[in-house]
Structure formats: C-alpha cells, structure tokens
Design a protein around this ligand. Sequence first.
Ligand code: ITT
Ligand code: NA
Length: 182
Amino acid sequence: MLVRFVTGNEGKAREAREYLEGITAVNQVEYDYTEVQSDSLSEIAARGAREAYEELGGTEPVVVDDTGLFVDALEGFPGPYSAYVEDTVGVERLWNLVSEEENRRAQFRTVVAFADGERTETFEGSVRGTIVAPRGEGGFGYDPIFEYDGRTFAEMSAEEKNAISHRGRALEAFSAWLAEYH
Ligand code: ITT
Ligand code: NA
C-alpha cells in the first residue's frame, strides 16, 4: 500500500516513514491545504486531508498531520497556532515565556487524518511533558524544549521518540485501523 503524506515538514515525514515502515509506503507530497481557523486539530486535519485528496487528483489515499504544543500555564497556547509561533516568536523565546511560570507542564497533540475520496478518518495521539531550556540536536520544531522522562525529544532518536510521542501514538492508532481497512 502507498499513502501520500501531505506536509512541508521534513521532520514529520521522516517520523511517519520510520513508524509505518513495513505497513505502508509513504510518499511525501507538498500541497498547501487551507488550514481553517479552528481550535480543533481534528477539524483542521480532516478538512485538509479531504481538500488535498480532491485537489491533488490521483487515487492513492492522502494523509495529513496537524500538531500543536499546548502549554498548561499559557491556557493551551500556542496550540493550533504552533507553526505560526515557531516561525515568528521562535522556540527559544517560547521557553523564555514559560520559564517565568511555576507550572511548566505541556502536552503535544497530533491528529493524523486519512482521506481516500470515500471516507475521512482521524487518529489522535498525545504526550505530556515539561518545557525546559533547549537541549539536544535531534528532532525538529519544539523538540529541544520538550522534556519527557529526563530527556528532551531532541535528545532521542526518531525511533525512541516515536515509541512514546504524540505522533507515534496517532500513527499507532492509524496503522491498527489500516490493518483492518486493507
Ligand atoms: P505541515 O502543516 O506542512 O504539515 P507544519 O510544520 O506547518 O507542517 P503544523 O501546522 O502541524 O505543521 O505545525 C505544528 C508546529 O509544531 C510546527 O511549528 C512544527 O514544527 C511543530 N511540531 C510538529 N510536530 C512536532 C514534533 O513532533 N516535535 C516538535 N515540534 C513539532
Ligand atoms: Na502547517
């Protein structure tokens, strides 16, 4: 089987390929689907997958991944605005903001959406951790400031991160469903 993973983010595509190896081939496709203004990652992902499937043409199913980092002390900010905040404020300054807080707990959430023209399915995964000063060279995005069990995600291999991460859990649910579907 082959799915088209619609993303401009190499890090996401690398992790999906690594996780889904032996289950399905993953082709990274760049298509700028409309990210609807919404607080719901599922809505953003489901609509994006449907739109990408229709606009790209072709028959292979399409998968999109919408992810956010939700900081407890900031009422869930940046959440659905995580990409915008990374591009503008940046990871280091988000850390500066959170370092002022006593409670530095946060959650990563991913929704993976699948669309094949007939149906759209969504799969969620999340992980809780702590925001810390940047450490590590691996991963991407907010990984250097997200600590889980003593290590930041940037201090883990893709395989180690996938075993516990928001994306890994969403991909786990997706691959279980895919095994039935196929
Ligand atoms: P696409 O929409 O093209 O897939 P994107 O990077 O814009 O790529 P999102 O809209 O889902 O993706 O934005 C999520 C933000 O969170 C963005 O800044 C990512 O770099 C970051 N991010 C996503 N997954 C992450 C992960 O596993 N670890 C750290 N940061 C992550
Ligand atoms: Na995006």
